[in-house]
Design a protein around this ligand. Structure first.
Ligand SMILES: C[S@@+](CC[C@H](N)C(=O)[O-])C[C@H]1O[C@@H](n2cnc3c(N)ncnc32)[C@H](O)[C@@H]1O
Length: 274
């Protein structure tokens, strides 16, 4: 008998969960965008203090760990946080010494420290499901920046999709095979389907993991995408200005021909006036 799982990863915050996705399944599939870690390493060169909002299972925190560097990772999902803590434990003592991971909400966070870099990698801003949440998260970014500091994030660019896609391009009733992954030693086929709401700029993606025995687990990512002018307006409301903008990560190899130049919005920002 197939067992449909998933469930809430953590109790609802303000009446809703931020994500409903068992962390071990999430971490097996969502491994970042090629080139993103090199980009964040470059952005953080010379920085001795870094805050990552929405640090997930610790992918970026562990990649940026360096002797003498302070890194704070904040994550809402306790399961993810547990995976991040386990990942940090595997680092050499000199690397993990400066890392602190804490349970927290980027929409409502006030740490005593200020940081030279504040990061929200891998589409974390799209977890903010309305303008109030986005503004709150960006105020958190501004609040935690040290004087002269820089914040950096990346999100996928949705402008063309939003303007030109038709509802039938995103069939909500069909699962599409995506890939195969192994979770805790068990192989799963992964299928996905998306629910798109153009008016609310929402694409909620459901990932269905099915084992050879027919066990099934569901993970859902709820997201609200932004159009580029909306993101720029939100940055201005938070007192932030764009220092760098790229359409993708600069990969070490030449870009493949079939890759869209502008598939991402990769931004480095500073406080207005700095
Ligand atoms: C797309 S994932 C990115 C994870 C990680 N930054 C990476 O690059 O691998 C976004 C993460 O933000 C977390 N998250 C969502 N809403 C949050 C909030 N309000 N405060 C803190 N973390 C949040 C999610 O649980 C998830 O782990």
């Amino acid at each position: 008998m197939a067992r449909l799982g998933g469930g809430l990863a953590y109790p609802p915050v303000d009446g809703r969960p931020a994500m409903s996705y068992p962390a071990s399944f999430y971490s097996a599939l969502h491994r970042g965008t090629p080139g993103d870690l090199d980009h964040y390493r470059r952005v953080c060169e010379g920085a001795s203090s870094i805050l990552e909002l929405g640090c997930g299972y610790g992918r970026v925190v562990t990649a940026l760990a360096a002797s003498g560097r302070t890194i704070v990772g904040v994550e809402l999902d306790p399961q993810m946080l547990a995976l991040a803590r386990a990942a940090v434990e595997t680092l050499a003592p000199s690397l993990r010494a400066g890392i602190t991971l804490c349970h927290g909400d980027m929409r409502d966070l006030s740490l005593p420290q200020r940081f030279e870099r504040v990061l929200v990698p891998f589409g974390g801003l799209y977890c903010m499901l309305d303008d109030a949440e986005l503004d709150a998260a960006l105020r958190t970014v501004t609040h935690h920046l040290a004087p002269g500091g820089r914040a950096a994030f990346d999100v996928y660019r949705a402008d063309e999709f939003h303007a030109t896609a038709e509802p039938e391009d995103v069939p909500a009733d069909a699962h599409t095979p995506l890939t195969r992954v192994e979770v805790d030693g068990v192989p799963y086929e992964v299928l996905e389907r998306s629910r798109w709401d153009r008016d609310h700029q929402r694409i909620d993606v459901e990932y269905l993991y099915v084992s050879e025995q027919g066990d099934a687990v569901v993970g859902t990512i709820e997201q609200r995408y932004l159009l580029e002018p909306q993101l720029h307006a939100a940055l201005a409301r938070a007192g932030l200005r764009v220092v760098e903008q790229h359409g993708g990560f600069v990969a070490p190899e030449p870009r493949r021909e079939d890759e869209d130049e502008d598939e991402l919005l990769v931004l480095v920002v500073a406080r207005v006036g700095e």
